[in-house]
Design a protein around this ligand. Structure first.
Ligand SMILES: [Zn+2]
Length: 630
């Protein structure tokens, strides 16, 4: 049996096991805090009467779009924490989702009006700030002027500061839907890659951020996704208490990180990594050497406050800054990303970090999973405008500090976001496992299915059984075997997969091979999800689909080519070595390549390596992209 993943506060640790083996359907919504279970538990399975302080206060919530599993008066766990006052809190929760059929009480309605008012004012101020600062930024990317020495060559100017912003699960087509003064200025003054991909599996938040930080794939850095199996024991990172372990895993992998290599050269430099609710993004982004790793969670007073990963705690004055406390744990759309920026600004003021690494969580959830991402252009535009205004605030702070022109800005995503057109029934997988005569200690379901088997010798049978179910959404099934003593995934059937796509799949599958890789991997076609349809999700990611893999990548600042748009293939692992090289630090030991096509100057060695990468990746990117047009 699989143990139910622990919830978010220490009050919520003892939950019963799920009823279907290996059926942990955690997606990024659950990753954002909603428990998802494949079989609907009854309320009494989970609730112990009593208040927040009881050992089992958790009621899993399902279906972010339409209903929650609790009744007024129960204590329950919601997106980020256990709440003391569910009757009030449940209505606050309503503000975050569409499709809720009940009407808030009068008191809550007035509260909602108050929130709407606050947000409107905020957006108004943010927009005007954006407009007034945009024209200044258009001139920012002229390092020859800013360097102070008109004779200095562009290549001599190295950025001293980094602001790396990961728009969690943001699609490239979010850029360009509406004028974004600050983002557009960065794009115009920097280099943009239009064919950037994750290049890894699982295309998930912890693994994506670990690859951004390490410039290496999960096969090297050890972070596969949210969960896996070691010696038939399920291991889950999905709990704040696991963040120390996550960082430890990265350390044990000995994969160098941006923070580690930079601090090796500049020991006194400070590195800050942070997120909204995604501790599992902030922790891998910062890694073992980050000075501060912070995220937001609910506190015992029902407020939303910043906290730190143990061992990576900033000065108390950062976490205690009054503007960082939000009065409820369910801020309306846009607020969490904005709070993230406020936390970043506080850290900048008080810690003066050389490297500032930010995860913007709302692009993934709720924008992606709940609203469908590109399916809801109005919500995409709203989030992008909020982000643009926040970018303006960050740039303004750096300008006032006199360091804007010594700063490299990077905008990217940890994975893509794929609107869902078909759900593969969970029984396709569970029946395949059962018929093969084994069980699955863990299954990670997303736009691919990753299956860890109790009896790994049954992997081929399970993969063949999956294909034999003839579900129209299934593209391919691979089983793990050993070829000449080395682990390797082998396709259980070749029908319907072109040789180009087979090579692309193999390239991605190789990124899983780190010793705790799944026994079977099943790919769906574009638009296909293995997550539980009862989640009500409209979009997903995690697998090999083009929309799961395709990500934005923009770099701008000293040493970066201005006004460059490149369609050359790029992978997430290339971000770290490129950033470090531009900052004058050798990216030793990283797997990724230096994107010399973005740099004003680069070595011939880097140019050769990059040319080899482009040669290798072009058919892979082309195969993945063409699959999306089928
Ligand atoms: Zn993510």
């Amino acid at each position: 049996m699989v143990s139910f993943p622990p919830l978010y506060t220490s009050h919520c640790r003892s939950a019963p096991p799920m009823s279907r083996p290996g059926a942990d359907q955690l997606g990024d919504v659950a990753k954002g805090g909603i428990e998802q279970t494949p079989d609907l538990p009854t309320k009494r399975d989970y609730v112990s009467p009593g208040s927040l302080g009881s050992s089992t206060c958790c009621v899993p919530e399902r279906n972010a779009g339409s209903y929650l599993y609790f009744e007024p008066g129960d204590a329950f766990c919601c997106r980020r924490m256990c709440l003391k006052e569910p009757q009030e809190a449940d209505h606050q929760f309503v503000t975050h989702f569409s499709g809720w059929s009940q009407h808030p009480s009068g008191r809550v309605r007035s509260m909602l009006r108050r929130f709407s008012y606050v947000i409107s004012i905020y957006l108004l101020v943010a927009s005007s700030l954006a407009a007034t600062t945009a024209h200044v930024l258009h001139t920012r990317a002229n390092p020859a002027v800013l360097g102070g020495d008109p004779l200095a060559s562009l290549a001599d100017i190295k950025p001293k500061y980094l602001v790396l912003m990961v728009l969690d699960g943001a699609r490239p087509d979010y850029f360009g839907l509406t004028p974004l003064p600050h983002v557009d200025a960065l794009r115009a003054g920097g280099t943009q890659f239009t064919n950037a991909i994750d290049g890894i599996l699982e295309a998930e938040t912890p693994s994506g951020h670990a690859t951004i930080a390490t410039g290496s794939r999960p096969s090297r850095d050890g972070i596969l996704g949210f969960d896996w199996v070691n010696d038939n024991d399920r291991y889950s990172l999905f709990d704040p208490s696991q963040m120390g372990a996550l960082v430890q895993l990265m350390q044990e992998s000995r994969a160098p990180t941006i923070a580690g290599l930079y601090k090796k050269q500049y020991p006194r430099a400070r590195v800050v990594a942070l997120s909204g609710h995604k501790y599992y993004a902030a922790a891998p982004l910062g890694g073992p050497n980050a000075d501060a790793i912070m995220y937001f969670q609910g506190d015992s007073k029902g407020r939303y406050v910043p906290v730190a990963v143990p061992g990576h705690t900033p000065p108390a004055s950062v976490l205690n800054a009054p503007e960082l406390t939000f009065p409820t744990t369910h801020p309306p759309d846009g607020v969490e990303n904005h709070l993230t920026t406020l936390l970043a600004l506080t850290a900048v003021r008080q810690m003066h970090p050389r490297l500032l690494l930010i995860n913007y969580a709302e692009f993934d959830w709720p924008l992606g999973h709940v609203y469908g991402g590109s399916l809801d252009a109005a919500k995409v535009i709203a989030d992008m405008k909020t982000f643009d205004a926040d970018l303006g605030r960050l740039e303004d702070a750096y300008r006032k500090a006199g360091i804007l022109d010594q700063t490299l800005f990077v905008i990217t995503a940890d994975h893509g976001m794929m609107p869902i057109t078909h759900f593969v029934p969970a029984t396709v997988i569970s029946d395949a496992v059962t018929r093969a005569g084994t069980t699955a200690p863990n299954i990670a379901s997303s736009s691919a299915d990753y299956i860890w088997l109790a009896d790994a010798t049954k992997a081929q049978a399970v993969a063949q059984n999956v294909l034999a179910a003839h579900d129209p959404g299934i593209q391919a099934a691979y089983y793990l075997t050993a070829i000449q003593g080395k682990p390797r995934y082998v396709s259980a059937g070749t029908s319907g997969v072109s040789s180009a796509m087979e090579r692309a799949n193999q390239y991605l599958l190789d990124s899983l091979l780190n010793g705790h890789e799944p026994s079977v991997v099943v790919f769906g076609g574009e638009g296909v999800s293995f997550s539980d349809p009862k989640t009500g999700w409209k979009a997903d990611h995690g697998g090999n689909s083009w929309q799961s893999q395709h990500i934005p990548l923009i770099l701008a600042g000293p040493g970066i080519q201005s006004g460059e748009v490149s369609s050359a293939p790029v992978q997430l692992e290339d971000v770290a070595p490129t950033v470090l090289t531009d900052m004058g630090v050798q990216p030793s030991g990283m797997e990724g390549h230096v994107l010399n096509d973005a740099l004003v100057q680069s070595s011939s060695v880097a140019q050769h390596a990059r040319a080899v990468e482009i040669g290798q990746m072009t058919p892979i990117v082309s195969a993945l992209a063409s699959e999306s047009r089928h």
